[in-house]
Design a protein. Sequence first.
Length: 419
Amino acid sequence: MKVLVLGSGAREHAMCWSLANSPLITKLICAPGNPGIKEEAECIDLNINNNEDIISLALKEEIDLVIPGPEIPLVNGIINDLNKVNIKAFGPSKEASKLEGSKKFTKEICKAANIPTANYESFTNQDHAINYIKNINTPIVIKADGLAAGKGVIIAKNKDEAILAIENLFKGIFGEAGKTVLIEEYLEGIEASYFALCDGKNAIPLTNAQDHKRVGDGDTGPNTGGMGAFSPTPNLSEKDNEHILNNIIKPTLAVMHERGTPFQGILYAGLMLTNEGPKLIEYNVRFGDPECQVILSRIKSNLFEAILAAVDHTLNNFHIRFYDEVSLTVVMATEGYPGKYKNGSIIKGISEANNIKGIKVFHAGTKIDSDQNLVSNGGRVLSVTANAESMNKARILAYSAIKNIKWDEGFYRKDIGEN
Ligand code: AMP
Ligand code: GLY
């Protein structure tokens, strides 16, 4: 089969690396891809936020299956559009992608499916929102309803901060995404992510992970896309995993099916492990980045066969297996990230790191410059991933591999995997 993966991050590198060993794939294309992905797949430049461009490429290359990495094409309805021209695609429809695209929609599903989550109210009027917070305790969580590139959540420590956040959202700092505002109860606990592969009716576990969202050591500084991750998390027992699958994922799938918007693809539950048990913070409708790198480093089954079973609605007969090993990834980013940064600094030593047993370096923002040097080309640039028999060993391995990478403008957190 001819397969097209959409995206250019370390997540898509891990996906292509994992897919490349499937004997069922005769040609693997990634658009736009990156220099790391090029070792696994043919890379073709493409604007993946334009459905027409994606469809033209898929038709031209006679693609049998399209696998989007990030959420934007999914929320833009690429699955619906590909299906209209009879191209198979892995991922949720536009309607089902609302589980990521609208926080209010997710709250409605939680209510219908009786899923534990933070109490909330939603507002489309600034005065009503400000009035509401007068009588509730702080901290308060203020959220833009729609996609806001991971920046639409404000944890307000006091009412002044909450009012400012509400005013900013209604002023339109996130455009349409902030026209509806959710005000949510603050949940205390440890965060964890749980992943399930879904075929519309059935869900099978894709194991769990934990990421480090803040830019600085000790969870300090602004939020990022993720500075590192590990899988599995010691904070979820086998019993917890079953509880999440049966009480959060499966009821969600059942309600989505009942509503005529079945969910096919990867359902990623962001959870808070509270004293009252796991509660859903948010859903994403795709793999996490960097969580994907650690999950796919542990997968024993063939990823492509699992994806085909999801697309063909036969997951009830599919048994997915994972290695017991721990996988841990450390993200290397460009100085300045998540704020302003410069592209174009030279990176060396990746093959030396890759030569170490148990290490795989996934590329994100990299490119080859006109002098044939590998240079930085984004905020998050590399994801150095180690597999070992324990968390401690995986952490030591990842950090010793990083020492091989010579990149003056790069930085990374020194405490990934230290809870
Ligand atoms: P989200 O984009 O919904 O995942 O939110 C981003 C981050 O904000 C989460 O990973 C949590 O750290 C935090 N957060 C979101 N909602 C809550 C909540 N109700 N209580 C505490 N923290 C939250
Ligand atoms: N690492 C968080 C995300 O992919 O949304």
